[in-house]
Design a protein around this ligand. Sequence first.
Ligand SMILES: [Zn+2]
Ligand SMILES: [Zn+2]
Length: 261
Amino acid sequence: MRIKVLGCYGGQLLGFHLTSFLVNDSILLDAGSPTEALDLEDQFAIRHIFISHTHLDHIKDIAFLADNRSLKRLGGANGNRQIVVHSLPENIEVMRKDFFNNRVWPDFTRIPSVSDPILVFEPIEAEQTVEVDGVKVTAIAVNHPVPCTGFLIDQDDKQFIYTADTGSTDRIWEVANAQPNLKGIVVDCSFPNAYEKLAEISGHLTPNGMAAELAKFKQLGKVPVYLYHMKPETLNVLTSEVGSLFLPHLRMLTQVDELLL
Ligand SMILES: [Zn+2]
Ligand SMILES: [Zn+2]
């Protein structure tokens, strides 16, 4: 399994991309930045997008991926390259009604035609597993102000977990602890400790909150922990606060990372 970090930040600033992870070239976990990070050919290889929740920093690039693909298909590109967007049913409803509604953005589930559209929405329930391109993906509910799931990824009996945006939560740690061959876990670490209250209200973690979550993780020190969703303008403070925790086998992601599992 190969996981390329296209973006790992909780804010968009020059040089800092929003959250998006590319699994084996064809599967995207959240769509914060693929059109900024990938050329057109690599964008065209994306077949499935798993969306954790409908906050704009996780869905915005579905719009531009679809737009780029429509031009490529009209240009005569080979193969029917639909993008299947998997998410909770309530998230799909939001994307249909509030995003791809022909007001905010064209309804790409009907373009170029209803029978052969660019975008297909596919509901996935929490705890449900779907297999796409040889990779099993399971949605796990987490704690955020809107319906949100992290994802357990499993290929060739190696597992990887992405918590997505979350405050204090339990189920995903139970799932992490139950994995026989977990190769890494990506965890929210958005705000410096001084913003504890804001983190709590907005369903995110500070370094101290993240450390409290990791107390639930039985494989701490054995499995790499990667932090994401850092607010870029606070990166220096976050780096020093995370460093002073002296947690083993843990680091912040950067958007040039490629994880080989
Ligand atoms: Zn969010
Ligand atoms: Zn976010």
